[in-house]
Write a protein that binds this ligand. Sequence first.
Ligand code: SF4
Ligand code: SF4
Length: 287
Amino acid sequence: MFYFVWLELKRFIFRVKYFAEVDVTDNCNLRCKHCYHFQGKDDFQTQELSIHVWEKRFNELYKSGIRGILLVGGEPALRIDVLLLADKVFPYVYVIINGTIKIPEEFNHRLLVSLDGSRKTNDSIRGKDVFSKVMKNYSGDKRVVINMTIMRENYKELEDVVKIAKENGFNGVVCNICAGGTNISSPFVIRRKERETIIRELKRVKKLYPKDFLLSKAMIKWYEYPDHRDSCHWGDEVLHFDVSWNRRRCFGNNADCSNCGCGTGSFQSPLRMLRHPREMMKILVCS
Ligand code: SF4
Ligand code: SF4
């Protein structure tokens, strides 16, 4: 974490960005109910890009100062070759995956594995047998932090997900509040007036499991802000690319900052992360 603080000071002084978020594929083996990736656009890059294209892109990012990268998609685990390449190029790599494909142990970086509730609820949202596959592939894997998307149908199961994470030897749980990503008219979006109930639940679970539910009190408070535009490091200080290498702001250009629910936004900035070192170490450092 202190390395990020050092990079942040450099960014502040020399204006050099050091973190990127990249879609490594537009393909996915699931179709989760709330997924925004496949909504509202039809120009997908369904043909996978060659590893040479990724080599060139990653080397250029490294040369420009990028030292940490978040790989998303689609489903990044469909491109294990690209993940292993990122492992060679960048000191810090993070991946958000759906957990149905096992990533080899030689990839020793933080895996944010999506789980949206107990078996029944998770599978009703993410698809048949997804819960079993996640457990089969990753139980006992210390690289894993569970990443839950909070919606109306599952927010009461946050405590269950924390218990499942503990029982299965995962490194803790983080969550996003469903804000629809690029699909802000999605019926799954939690509207501002509904947030109070959700935030009450986050605070309750934090009190019960302070070491396992990894959103700090400051991060939960961030979700309460009436608008997030001025307090978000993630949108403007991180480089964001889709798979065709178009730049965008945040996970998509239409992301609604006024109703943001992104966990990455709630980190606020590396300097602010110092206020909650225990949670940050568990999320960011994969030993
Ligand atoms: S696993 Fe991710 S990319 Fe795939 S459908 Fe689900 S939310 Fe969308
Ligand atoms: S949507 Fe959220 S994380 Fe993205 S730029 Fe806006 S406030 Fe930041």
